[in-house]
Design a protein around this ligand. Structure first.
Ligand code: RB5
Length: 168
């Protein structure tokens, strides 16, 4: 089972992807996201939960660029997410990095290209060998206690311009 989710920016592409998956008779679970403006990390965490509980093996998240979804998804231990921009990278992201979440940018790539990336994501296997060891290192990073480090969210510049704040 494949989990799929989007924010408002990715919603149109998510619908196209769902149609595509249905055409291929691939089972999927939509965790939501509509044309209504929403916060992409909330959708990402719902999709990632389906992966870490084992309900779904892989997932697809769509937002404007794919980047926000990937950042959020990679905070969830056990989830390895990458933004897909080309078939070669997506194949390597499966072979070497064993990604289980593909993040797509609806404002960046076209529909047909998204389908090609999805095929590469679904049909490429992990290579094991040295890559297994490297994934084990990533897993050990996840299990470190990072709580003593202050989140730098407050220190980043925040937009003051009301026009910027209005953007979805
Ligand atoms: C929404 O405007 C946009 O920020 C979001 O879809 C995504 O691209 C974030 O990374």
């Amino acid at each position: 089972m494949l989990v799929i989710g989007s924010d408002h920016a990715g919603y149109g592409m998510k619908l196209e992807i769902i149609k595509y998956l249905e055409g291929k008779q691939r089972p999927y679970l939509d965790v939501g996201g509509t044309a209504q403006s929403c916060d992409y990390p909330l959708i990402a965490v719902d999709a990632c939960t389906k992966i870490i509980t084992g309900e779904c093996l892989k997932g697809i998240l769509v937002c404007g660029t794919g980047i926000g979804m990937a950042i959020a998804a990679n905070k969830v231990p056990g989830v390895r997410a990458a933004v897909g921009h080309d078939v070669y990278t997506v194949k390597l992201a499966r072979e070497h990095n064993r990604i289980n979440m593909l993040c797509l940018g609806a404002r960046i790539i076209g529909r047909e290209y998204a389908f090609e990336l999805i095929e590469a994501f679904l049909n490429t296997e992990f290579e094991l060998g040295r890559h297994r060891r490297r994934l084990d290192i990533i897993t050990s990073i996840e299990s470190k206690n990072w709580k003593t480090f202050k989140n730098n969210y407050d220190t980043v510049e925040s937009p003051k311009d009301p026009e910027i704040l209005k953007r979805r």
